[in-house]
Design a protein around this ligand. Sequence first.
Ligand code: NDP
Length: 251
Amino acid sequence: MKLFDLTGRVAIVTGGNGGIGLGMAKGLAEAGARVAITGRNAAKAEAALKELGPHAFFVEAEVSDRDACFAMVEEVARKAGRVDILIANAGIANRKRPEALTEEDWRGLLDINLSGAFFCCQAVYPHMQKAGGGKIVTIGSMLSLFGAPFGAAYGASKGGIMQLTKSLATAWAADGIQVNCVLPGWIDTDLAVGARAQVDGLNEHVLKRTPAKRWGRGDDLAGIAVFLASEASDYVTGTAIPVDGGYAAQS
Ligand code: NDP
């Protein structure tokens, strides 16, 4: 269906070499986009590229480094000719109580999750503006909405992402650029494996509290990526959409 057809579009998915990013990248590739995945781990990317088909490619980039974000976007534009879609997904988690967070923990997490996403958005803007439009998707979290005892740094970054999304959406709407945020629930990725190892009883909590009664999978994010990257969402901007098996819908 043309509404969701991404043929001829070029997408960047930061952190697309695994987890949620790979699930979204697979959706975009299936809808016809040429996908550039980024990350730090080239070996992991090799496996991801096998799932994405012959037109996808990998660009190594550390998102907390602003220059690296701009260089990555330029490399994608040089290789693929244009940049139409950005999924600013790369991120890390930290599960320390606020009193235990070091300055390095705090700055390191915000540098990656919040500043990294912003730098990538800044870097794609001139390409999208020149082309007369584009689609940006940021990745928040349930902790964009709720508090948690272990969520001071992570929640601050993800609350910030949601507000950043709204500001960019209002600033760039007249350029034909839509900016929306996806709020994943509990998705079974490497990040979640780390969380389960650190938080006692997390698996039971997720299964009990998620109305869908299961963890999400990276592939559960494919559909929302295609919607927010395609013409189907041309009048949708500045929103934050949970993809969480109903987690955020309950009190
Ligand atoms: P993963 O750990 O599986 O993936 C994270 C990705 O981000 C990796 O591909 C990693 O690449 C990349 N990345 C991390 N740090 C950097 C960095 N400094 N520079 C460049 N790339 C980096 O986790 P998820 O797929 O779960 O997480 C993806 C996003 O979804 C994150 O923003 C996370 O906060 C968010 N999220 C996840 C939830 C979950 O339950 N899993 C819930 C809500 C939100 P590499 O391995 O090469 O370093």
